[in-house]
Structure formats: C-alpha cells, structure tokens
Design a binder for this molecule. Sequence first.
Ligand code: ATP
Length: 357
Amino acid sequence: MAGPDGVILYLKGLTKTFAGHAAVDAIDLEIFEGELFTIVGPSGSGKTTLLRMLAGMEMPTSGDIILRGEKINAIPANRRPTCMVFQSLALFPHKEVGANIEFSLKIRGVDPATRKRRALELMEMLRLPESYYRRAVTQISGGERQRVALARALAFDPEILFFDEPLSALDYKLRKTLEKELKDIHRETKKTFVYITHSLEEAMVMSDRIGVMRSGKLVQIGSPQEIYSTPNSKFVSEFIGDVNVVPVTVTGDRKLTSAEVPGEFRAPPIADGMKDGYLVVRPEFLRFLSEPGDADNHVAGKLYNEYALGSRIQYHVRVGEMTFVLEKLRHEAFQGKLDQDVLIGWDAADSIVVPDR
Ligand code: ATP
C-alpha cells in the first residue's frame, strides 16, 4: 500500500558528507508509486551517493529515508524490499541465465521448482527465449544481458528498482533501443523505478519525472516536457543538448537587450524583479525569416555551417561573437549558401528568460 497521495519513498533533508563536503545536500523529494523517476546530473553532482543511500549501501549523515511511511535509514540493503541494477549489470559470468535470475530466490531459501517457475515467467515477460534458461550469460547479447539483469532484480518482487547508469557502457545504437525497452518493461511491471544517468537525453526518453542534480542539490524536478520547455536556470537549460542562451538585461515592459546581440527583443513573461538573466530559445523555435516582421524578434547574421542530423538539419548562424543554432526537419531545409547573410528570428512565446543559477 502506498503512503499518502501514492508516495512510496519520501526523502527528508537527506544529506551525506564526506570529509566535511556535502556530496548530497539536504534533499527533499517524494517519489510516487509506480513512477519512473530519473536523477540526472553531471559527474560528481552526487547521484551515485544519493542512490546508494536509497538502496541501503550508504548511511546518511543526516535526514531520513521513508518508505511507505516507515523510516528505513538503518535497514541494510539486503533487508530492504528494493534492488539495485548496476552499470556493469553484475551478472555471474560462469552461471547460466536461469541460475542468474534465480540467485536472489535461492539465497532466500525458495525451493528449486518455484524458483524455476518464477525465472521462466520473468523470461517470458522480458522476451527471453525459454531455451536461454541453460545458456551461459557470456553467450547472449548485451541487450539480452540487460534483460537477464532485470529479471534477476525482479525475481524477488522488490517494491523499488534502482538503476545505476545501466546503459552507459553500451554502444549508442543498443543504448537507444534499451532506453525504450526499459520504459516498456517499466510499463509491464508497474514497479517504481529510480534511475540515475548523466545523460538528460536518456532521462527524457524514459522518465515520468526527472530530478536535476547539481553540487548535491536537486535544482529542478519536473516532467521531461517541463524540464525541456521551462528550465528554471541557465544550468538546466544548457544541460539538454544544443540550445541558444543569450545574456540579457530586462529593460522593462517585456523588453530585453543584450550586450552580445544588437537590437531590442520582445520577451516572454519574466519573474518579478529579474534584471539580468539569460534568454533561452531552443533550436527548433528559431526560424529563417524573409522579412524582419515575420517573427516577434529578428537578428541579422551569416550562415556559418550546416550539419545533417538524420531527420533534421542543424544550422549555425554567426551573429557577432555568438553562434545561434537552428534546427529544421529535412523537408523544411533552408536552401542557403555558406557565408550568406541571413535573417533569423523567434517569437517571444517560444522563448524563456532564466536566472543564472
Ligand atoms: P558520476 O556521474 O561521476 O558517477 P555522481 O554524480 O554519481 O558522479 P558521486 O559519485 O555521488 O557523484 O560523488 C559526489 C561527490 O562525493 C564527489 O565530489 C565525490 O568525489 C564525493 N564522494 C563520493 N563518494 C565518496 C567517498 N566514498 N569518499 C569521499 N568522497 C566521496
């Protein structure tokens, strides 16, 4: 049964310090029953330390971890109803697929027939052929190993699965496939998944909600769409792929100027009292204009280069010292020559202004 409002895991002022330095700094967070929550942040931001505390592999310095209303700070990993899936997947290489999946049941004293039934059930759910039961884990593909690791984690029916960058060691194509597969598996199992990654792109694909970490703190929590469309800081906006970030000064009445780009710009609604900040416009919202009046804002520049990104084409346009990034779908490609003068623009509603946090 879930706690109030479906909260399964509640973190209250959770902190871990190493030699006086807070690797995780007073985190408050609610994770809901059945959601796929991803913690994303650059290297050293404290993701692993946070996840290790949640999984019971690290004791908090202060604060509480509350699972379904019960404080579990001091309960060791093997006595928590949770399970960790590691980056390395940590499968036993000398054991067969079946034995790997059944491991957690075996150490809990479950009888062999029940273990096997459960392993085959999970293999079917995860689309692993029954014949793999006796196959060595060294003789299956990386994607299949990922599914075996998941089956092993799911075998004892944990309430929450923690994932420590399970895809980061894989090649790009496999990673892209498995991101979606993991989301499908989450849908099938209806378990709560807490996932960490340094790739916001990966987090976007999979997550119900994302928490962005920086220097031990959660600086923004929201749906992938919220994080993408309304980042609350320069840090979060720049964390997702290519983006245009222009330092601006608010000159009043929804107007902006910039020391780096000539002109005065119409701004979206801005937080009260903000004087200096950053204008953020995603590449797909910038357009090549025929006339200055074709968008709320326009800037003159030179087409510097273009890059084919599969279904999209990216353009770099130099405006003084700045490079603006535009992206168009292939069938909307801009027919221009390198170094040609171009006019680019965007509508105020397609931009946001964020503080430098
Ligand atoms: P990465 O993506 O590189 O794994 P991360 O976001 O997971 O990074 P952590 O590994 O949690 O970050 O580290 C956060 C901070 O805590 C870092 O400054 C790290 O050096 C420090 N740290 C982590 N574990 C220990 C430890 N056992 N002893 C001392 N310092 C530690």
